[in-house]
Design a protein around this ligand. Structure first.
Ligand code: SF4
Length: 452
């Protein structure tokens, strides 16, 4: 389903769409307020951006340094070129351990690799331990947002779901009550899992340690109780030195949820006695993106979600309308790199207002890349009708006379033509848009009259 079609589905429930828009704006607003409490905010963004640019320019050597140091610390390193290899590595570790049930904390990379369905097909029970992720897992849905996975659901829906799955009191929507029920349910899972899987927010080349950030402490709970910790890390998550962490940790939580710091920033350096840590370094299209000069800096992303919270299209069309693991503006520049045809409508799901680039803590020029992708996609997957109408529009805009004549022609035609003709199926532009009310006169005429 294309983005406009899926967005149309989301917008059928107007009240929910409005609530979704307002909720995410609230998060964006929190981010704005807290960022202004740090005078050096813009310097931090600049520094983070430069560190990431530097890492990307020497990614191979930083990865090797990270691998060497992590191995010295006793961490077992695996390399996966794609999602399939990643999933097979996880499965083989679980089979070695005779493990049939795991706990997993939030990891967008494992979502990207579709690890849950793969493991379930192979007889492994997977329990997502982040509360939002557990909620969407109960519904057999993927997360709709990378930081707030269940943000598309209202309290009442969660209460109904918990009543069905966890036998909570019917109609009780008290968040404290529902959270307590989830905690009891998850505790059992934590206590019985032999293996815990986590994502990785930052891998430090200098020390070979990695850092996992959560607000619920669920990653720590899983890892400390399990015998084996499997950490799944995209190769772009490397930072050079430990002291760089301070820059990113200050930016991450503030940009994501408007908090001063994430509640738990856990450092994993070496396994405790008798335990194992496996770390899987995953490419899955990242090297290809690195080679695309215009798009490579999309790999600087630290997955804070700020670009989603601010995007007027994401807020109004919901995460599922993107049909990709990472939705929103950053997803719209990462996904076409994985499959340009499948995700051909995503770079057009933007007003190009630039708000995503303005809030990005690592200064990715997201809106410029959206525009670049549009050029690429139009060359190979453009709709004939749209391409022809754009060429026609371009000819009209280039000629002042043609612009004047077509303006006055359309002003009268739009008032009289039947809607079926204006929104005809061959008018692909009109399929997803309503035209504004026709003005009485052109701006030029208005200007002549009013600005003598
Ligand atoms: S692109 Fe920037 S704003 Fe968007 S998720 Fe990544 S780091 Fe955050």
């Amino acid at each position: 389903m294309s983005h406009p079609q899926a967005a149309g589905e989301f917008l059928k429930d107007q009240a929910k769409a409005k609530w979704h828009d307002e909720t995410l704006w609230f998060v964006r607003d929190k981010r704005d307020r807290i960022s202004k409490t740090i005078p050096e905010w813009e310097d931090l963004r600049e520094l983070a951006s430069q560190i990431k640019d530097h890492v990307l320019s020497k990614l191979d050597s930083y990865l090797e340094e990270f691998e060497r140091n992590a191995q010295k610390n006793g961490i077992k390193i695996h390399w996966a070129k794609d999602a399939e290899e990643h999933n097979q590595i996880v499965l083989s570790i679980l089979q070695e351990q005779n493990c049939t049930a795991i706990v997993k904390s939030k990891s967008i990379l494992t979502e990207e690799c579709h690890l849950n369905p793969f493991l379930e097909k192979n007889g492994i029970e997977v329990v997502d331990t982040d509360l939002g992720e557990r909620i969407v897992q109960f519904l057999n849905q993927p997360p709709s947002h990378i930081v707030l996975p269940a943000i598309h659901l209202k309290k009442g829906e969660i209460s109904e779901l918990f009543h069905e799955k966890l036998q909570t009191e019917k109609g009780n929507e008290d968040p404290a009550y529902l959270t307590h029920a989830a905690r009891l349910h998850l505790r059992e899972k934590f206590l019985s899992a032999k293996v815990a899987i986590t994502g990785v927010n930052f891998g430090v080349a200098e020390t070979g340690e990695f850092v996992v950030c959560t607000n619920e402490g669920n990653a720590d709970m899983g890892v400390h109780l399990a015998q084996v910790h499997i950490a799944c890390m995209g190769i772009e998550k490397i930072i050079p030195r430990r002291k760089d962490l301070g820059v990113f940790l200050r930016l991450l939580a503030r940009s994501a949820t408007g908090q001063p710091v994430t509640n738990y920033n856990s450092h994993f350096r070496s396994p405790s006695a008798g335990k194992e840590i496996h770390l899987i370094l995953v490419d899955n299209g990242r090297t290809a993106q690195l080679a695309r000069e215009k798009f490579r800096n999309s790999l600087k992303c630290i997955r804070c979600g700020a670009c989603m919270n601010t995007c007027p299209i994401y807020r109004r069309s919901g995460g599922y309308s993107y049909g990709s693991t990472v939705p929103g503006p950053i997803g719209s520049i990462l996904s076409p790199g994985l499959d340009m045809k499948k995700y051909s409508t995503l770079p057009f799901a933007s007003t190009l207002c630039g708000s995503c680039s303005d809030v990005c803590p690592v200064k990715i020029n997201i809106h410029e890349q959206l525009y670049e992708w549009r050029q690429e996609i139009t060359k190979t997957h453009g709709e004939l009708g749209k391409n022809l109408s754009m060429k026609l529009a371009s000819g009209i805009f280039k000629s002042p006379l043609a612009y004047k004549l077509s303006g006055s022609l359309m002003r009268s035609a739009l008032k009289t033509l039947p809607k079926s003709l204006i929104y005809h199926p061959i008018n692909s532009w009109g399929k997803g848009r309503n035209l504004p009310e026709t003005p009485q006169e052109s701006f030029k005429d208005w200007y002549k009259k009013n600005r003598k």
